[in-house]
Design a protein around this ligand. Structure first.
Ligand code: ADP
Ligand code: MG
Length: 387
């Protein structure tokens, strides 16, 4: 999706050229799953897929929204009055951008209106964070147009608030921070407790490697409730162990912590996943920093086993991607995102990816599943102004 197309469409819709065009990417999480609401570590990188928004200011308290991706671009413009914006009052896609405007105004920033047209290449509901891309592109556009001077991590926080409170979706801080803060050729090592971050060089092409995203295109229905259950179970574990968050359970003290949890098998499994997963993020960071990129493969695969067996959020389609990829020469593979569908990632030698993709497609056909969408994920730039 280019700036010119979005500019042209904006001009048709609103009768004047936009003041600017911004872009914000979707993301894939390399490692660190279900750690963000436990104050832990995550390591996403930005995709080349992105939401692009053309935006102009208004002074009359009106917000006009249009997405080129709804009903083939023929949908009407939605017009909202800023003084009527209220959490969970919109139940369609406009809740995401409206929520961002609401969150900015709630935080005391004077926004007097906007015209917005956007279009996105981030697949929706594939665990690649099309929602965060949408939020962050609006937040950055308004930040720049209204001269708010907000730091990227702050924009991410406001977007998270928009999603949690206005849309009503309980999500951690990873997605918005990734979209706002990632850098090309890097993965973002983020401490979700204090939002401190480090850019870790992650240039796969230079090493003869590729990372594939395999979007299974399935979304098992119970995913929402299961997320809530896992979250509550983690909180219970932290309370039983007397810590603020599971982040505070050191890897070296894991066995002792599990022994203290006794026979609460469910909580034991959740705690074990979170503590070992934080440790896996740290291992991946140190391997990448010492140039041992291939060695992260088995760590990714261990992460998958932990999500499947301990956190129990995988599904037959995701397991099939991982098993088939590993049986066909992948260095590592795991599900990524919330679970119960969505996408898996596969790390492989560049020379192996064609064979591997074919093997995954064939295994899906043989199992009677819809053939997944496979694409290469090149670590790309975070949110930025295009024109
Ligand atoms: P994910 O973030 O994993 O893609 P979510 O359910 O969190 O999945 O967010 C998807 C929702 O975001 C869509 O249902 C839609 O409401 C909104 N959305 C994403 N991209 C667009 C777009 N290009 N145009 C309009 N709405 C979008
Ligand atoms: Mg989302």
């Amino acid at each position: 999706m280019g700036a010119e197309q979005v500019t042209e469409r904006f001009t048709q819709l609103y009768g004047a050229r936009p003041e600017g065009v911004w872009a914000a990417p979707g993301r894939v999480n390399l490692i660190g799953e279900h750690t963000d609401y436990n104050d832990g570590f995550v390591m996403p990188f930005a995709l080349p897929h992105r939401a692009v928004a053309a935006v102009s200011r208004r002074t009359d308290g009106i917000l006009r929204l249009h997405s080129g991706d709804i009903e083939g671009g023929r949908a009407e413009i939605t017009e909202l009055r800023l003084d009527t914006l209220a959490p969970q009052s919109d139940d369609d896609w406009t809740a995401y951008p409206a929520g961002v405007v609401w969150a900015l105004r709630e935080a005391g920033h004077e926004i007097t209106g906007a015209d917005v047209h956007l279009s996105s290449t981030v697949p929706t509901g594939a665990g690649l964070s099309s929602s965060a891309a949408l939020e962050v592109v609006i937040a950055l556009a308004l930040d720049e147009l209204y001269g708010l001077g907000l730091q990227r991590w702050k924009l991410a926080r406001l977007c998270q608030r928009a999603e949690n409170v206005y849309v009503g979706a309980p999500t951690g801080i990873m997605d918005q921070t990734a979209s706002a803060c990632c850098e090309q050729g890097h993965a973002l090592f983020l401490d979700t407790r204090d939002l401190s971050q480090r850019q870790i060089p992650f240039d796969l092409a230079a090493e003869g490697l590729r990372l594939l995203v395999v979007d299974t295109q399935v979304k098992h229905a119970h995913s929402g409730g299961e997320y809530g259950k896992r979250r509550a179970g983690c909180e219970k574990g932290a309370a039983l162990l007397g810590v603020d968050a599971l982040r505070d359970v050191p890897y070296a003290g894991l066995d002792a912590a599990l022994a203290r949890l006794g026979d609460d098998e469910e909580v034991v499994r959740l705690v074990r996943h979170v503590v070992t997963e934080n440790h896996r993020v740290e291992r991946v960071v140190s391997l990448l920093r010492s140039g041992e990129t291939r060695a992260i493969g088995p760590v990714l695969t261990e992460g998958h086993a932990s999500l499947r067996d301990d956190f129990r959020i995988s599904c037959p389609e995701l397991d099939l991607v991982v098993d088939t990829a590993l049986a066909n020469g992948a260095l590592g593979a795991r599900m990524t995102g919330g679970g119960f569908g969505g996408s898996a990632i596969v790390l492989a030698e560049s020379t192996e990816t064609d064979t591997l993709t074919k093997a995954v497609e064939e295994s899906f056909t043989a199992s009677g599943f819809t053939v997944p969408r496979v694409f290469e994920a090149v670590p790309s730039t975070g949110a930025t102004r295009l024109t």
